[in-house]
Design a protein around this ligand. Sequence first.
Ligand code: COA
Length: 477
Amino acid sequence: MNYLHLVPFRSEHMVLALQLFAAKYESEKNMVPALPPASEMMEVMRPRLAALVEKFPACVAIKNNTVCGYMTGIPDLKRFKGTDNGVFIPEWAHAAAGSDRSAIYSLMYEHLARQWVAAGNYTHAVSVFAHDTELHNYLFRHAFGMEVIDAILCSKPSAVPKIPGLEVIRAQRPKDLAALIQMQYELQQHLALAPIFRLGLQEPVPQSLWENNTHVVMAYYDGCPAGYMMAQMNAEGVAAIVAGTLTLSITGAYVRPQFRKKGIAAALLGKITELGEKQGATRVGVDFESTNNLADGFWLKYFTPVCFSCIRHVDNRGTDNGALVMLPPDEIGQCARRAGQWALQWLGSTEYCGKCLAFVEDALETANQLELFGGDSAAESADIYEAGNVNVMPPPGSLVFYDWEGELNGEIRNWGHVGLAFDKGKVIHAWDKVRIDDYTVISSLAVPPGSSPLRYRGWAPLQRVLLGCQRQQSSKD
Ligand SMILES: CC(C)(COP(=O)(O)OP(=O)(O)OC[C@H]1O[C@@H](n2cnc3c(N)ncnc32)[C@H](O)[C@@H]1OP(=O)(O)O)[C@@H](O)C(=O)NCCC(=O)NCCS
């Protein structure tokens, strides 16, 4: 097939997907040579991506029979950047190439966003390379805004002028720890206020100031605690491309307001870089909120951005008013399996002839003690569930819809047709009898005289179908 379409991410796509990522990474490294070599990066990313696509929804875009894009994310992050659950798409979990990159991203994001939102993930965050302006534009036009900047040290502070009364030391005394804890609290306050409004950003308080991989440096001005900077080797940053065993990640920095604009943070940076280099660090990374003007002004004097994390909050008023039930993802998978087992018992039976919707609803409801809220006909349910994704094979557990206009109960209209997807595009459905067919051949099944042929309409994920379902009361209740 030479048109652009999506398929589920399978292991045979991994090599080409990583090549797409590697190409984008190389262009970023051309702009920021301080980034780690591509070979080092790919070793880290390969197992991460493999683990992600195995566990979570992931898709691959295909054009001219080759992979031209891929996307996946880490969903179901609790209270992610707000009160809603969300999904995070790391910078290595997506890529696309070609003159129609925006179209590829649109197709992939639309497909996955539908599943993420159906599963209750209303906050979407994505990390992108800092020099990929084409992708920034795409995200800006799709309701994303920048939130976090990951940057890498490219020019060390030049010899800091001697500041009379300033002492910059490695923290090691009990009084250093006391001052550090107080100033960490002041930093939290700063981040919680306008225009940052960043709550719950907790820097790690070192268990001890002598932890092997943590460095804390303190600034005293005329003997008074004036500021600190804290860094860790091999720390988890927002962007994986600035992490790693040889990276010193700055995890906190603060200078009290009355001591600012004297070069104290620059002196702290000089000292902490020196300590990191002695421990073998080959690069220094930092991440900070893009709304933090003071941080932005300071870090960007010395650091070059390599990743932007952008965020979108989906309006969930239509789906999250407390009346709707959203089953957890694990349970949705189990529902599909139980419904499939129930349906198989009817194979060959003519009992559900002309009652395709009743058949799938009975399968889902009886096998799982649930009550669904769909349409009165398969065609109406297809509208309600917004069946689509015609270019992607229906995943197991999804409902697969067709248009079918004919006569039922003396009435001629588009009643539609529906079945329940198994593995590899096989669908169990009640037509002349309960049968299993490939979703692509159902359209060519014989139809009653005078009715229209079956026409494929697409599928709806089970998450969407079960949105708003109610658990049936057991007789014991
Ligand atoms: C970000 C922060 C640590 C910078 O600390 P600082 O000690 O003021 O930083 P410096 O003095 O080294 O540099 C700040 C500015 O003062 C200027 N400066 C330095 N020495 C100066 C001097 N002697 N006279 C006048 N200006 C001077 C620098 O050129 C720099 O200018 P710029 O902002 O126009 O780029 C501080 O503002 C802060 O604590 N902010 C709140 C907490 C925070 O956001 N932390 C970062 C979390 S990621």
